[in-house]
Design a protein around this ligand. Structure first.
Ligand code: NAP
Length: 284
């Protein structure tokens, strides 16, 4: 039976260490790290995420600045706000909650955020830096997954890793981080010919698809480390991941639950990035 990887506990530790470091940083510099969060429209899930980010900022001792804009907001207005925040010295991190309404070009918004304040690490300048392994920020979810893997004590070096999903925010950077730690990485997607085989060969499996229970127990290699990024609803409306947990836990050595696995890590890593951004701001 697999050992559970407790994302709640690990994320609490990350936040505790950010809190301690923040206190020291404020005492030394007088600068309070500040995170601006922009929400356009009233998507209920996005509202919850924004609320959780505000709560986490308070927990670690940051200022948080919420900008809640109506669904009808024009792209130009949003760009003006970002420009203002780029120049606001009390704001060290800027996060625009995705998805944005359809009439707004997401790429244009991401590109407008100053790379130094891009705590999501979605700006092309930061994506490029991650690619060459010389970065200031890592995207929060993949960075959180790496913390979870490290918590198991299993080393990535030389292991076969399968990442299921190739999105810009999870799958692709995830694969890059595993590669930086010397994993032999396969990236799978909807056109992958034999997903079962790719999964079955993986010592470390990261599922980031968004399809409830796509990964069945018999697709898991005995003793694998299984990280489930997916957040879905099952047939009963219950939150579940991409992995069929009850089957997979019989084969894996370590496995994340959903909820309580990757989810809490994402916000903890956002706090870490915001503190890094505040430190960077003093370097000019
Ligand atoms: P996304 O942009 O929709 O990407 C999904 C990926 O899965 C795509 O690359 C797609 O392939 C691939 N895919 C779809 N069906 C597949 C199949 N049958 N077999 C193999 N691959 C398949 O999603 P995302 O933003 O990366 O998010 C993925 C999941 O993670 C979602 O459930 C999301 O809610 C969750 N998530 C959780 C957190 C967290 O903090 N816990 C953070 C971010 C995301 P193609 O490229 O070929 O279309």
């Amino acid at each position: 039976m697999a050992q559970l990887i407790n994302g709640k506990e690990i994320s609490a530790k990350v936040k505790e260490s950010v809190k301690t470091e923040t206190k020291e940083f404020i005492e030394k510099t007088g600068v309070v790290p500040g995170l601006a969060v922009i929400l356009v429209g009233d998507d209920p899930a996005s509202k919850i995420y924004v609320g959780n980010k505000k709560k986490a900022c308070a927990e670690v001792g940051f200022n948080s600045f919420e900008h809640i804009l109506p669904e009808s907001t024009e792209q130009g207005e949003l760009l003006d706000l970002i420009e203002k925040l780029n120049h606001d010295p009390s704001v060290h991190g800027i996060l625009c909650q995705l998805p944005l309404p359809k009439h707004i070009d997401e790429r244009a918004i991401i590109n407008a955020i100053s790379p130094k304040k891009d705590v999501d690490a979605f700006h092309p300048a930061n994506v490029g830096k991650i690619m060459i392994g010389d970065y200031d920020f890592l995207p929060c979810t993949p960075a959180g997954v790496m913390e979870l893997i490290h918590s198991t004590g299993v080393s990535v070096g030389g292991k076969k890793c399968a990442v299921i999903g190739r999105s810009n925010i999870v799958g692709k950077p995830m694969a890059m981080l595993l590669l930086h730690e010397n994993g032999t990485v396969t990236i799978c997607h909807s056109k992958t010919k034999d997903l079962e085989k790719e999964c079955r060969e993986a010592d470390i499996l990261v599922a980031a698809v968004g399809r409830a229970k796509l990964i069945k127990g018999d697709m898991i290699k005995e003793g694998a480390v299984v990280i489930d990024v997916g957040m879905n609803r099952d047939e009963n409306g219950k939150l579940c991941g991409d992995v069929d947990f009850s089957e997979a836990e019989k084969r894996a050595s370590y496995i994340t639950p959903v909820p309580g696995g990757v989810g809490p890590m994402t916000i903890a890593m956002l706090m870490k990035n915001t503190l890094t951004a505040a430190k960077l701001s003093l370097k000019g």
